[in-house]
Ligand binder design. Structure first.
Ligand SMILES: O=P(O)(O)OC[C@H]1O[C@](O)(CO)[C@@H](O)[C@@H]1O
Length: 173
């Protein structure tokens, strides 16, 4: 697609511009949840989609931006809400901004040193995860949480640090 574009901030419009859709299901994310019995109970009835990420297929040079839309479905596993896997950025460890389109939830951000913060994600809000901080979005509402996320195109997703720190305060980890 043409890298110079102006399109509506809606998953359906992203799709009509050829967005690649990555779907993450509960079975792929089961390790995130404390209550493994609740995970297994839910999986008995199928493998629900937890979120979809819509990514435009323009070529990403290191001077570009990744600009995707995520639809995070409402749902609970035991006492925990549906959430993204969560990641840090590695080399370069740059910032990410999330802009709420619909629904309501929170973005947990965690510094590599352990400090944990919670930021509102909601329509009309921008939530900013600075360089050096990882991020995980949680849908604490009962509607789809839809948000736009933008970061540098040359980031590497660092899931190892996310799994180790797990968006828990150091004393809970
Ligand atoms: O890589 P993960 O953790 O599966 O999540 C992808 C999501 O992360 C984000 O960077 C938002 O935190 C979005 O691009 C997308 O919703």
């Amino acid at each position: 697609m043409d890298k110079c574009f102006s399109i509506p901030l809606k998953p359906a419009d992203y799709k009509s511009y050829g967005a690649l859709v990555t779907r993450r299901t509960l079975s792929q994310l089961k390790a995130l949840y404390v209550d493994q019995a609740a995970v297994e109970r839910l999986l008995e009835d199928g493998d629900p989609t937890v979120y979809e990420v819509y990514e435009l297929p323009y070529p990403n040079d290191e001077t570009d931006l990744l600009a995707n839309i995520t639809v995070l479905h409402p749902g609970q596993v035991g006492d925990e809400f549906f959430m993204t896997k969560g990641h840090f950025h590695g080399e370069p460890d740059t910032a990410e901004a999330v802009i709420g389109i619909a629904g309501r939830g929170e973005m947990l951000i965690q510094h590599r040193g352990g400090e944990l913060r919670s930021l509102l994600v909601a329509e009309g809000y921008i939530s900013y995860s600075p360089g050096g901080w990882g991020h995980r979005v949680i849908n604490s509402g009962d509607e789809e949480l839809v948000f736009f996320a933008v970061s540098g195109a040359n980031i590497r997703h660092d899931y190892e640090t996310a799994a180790r720190l797990n968006f828990k305060a150091p004393e809970q980890a």
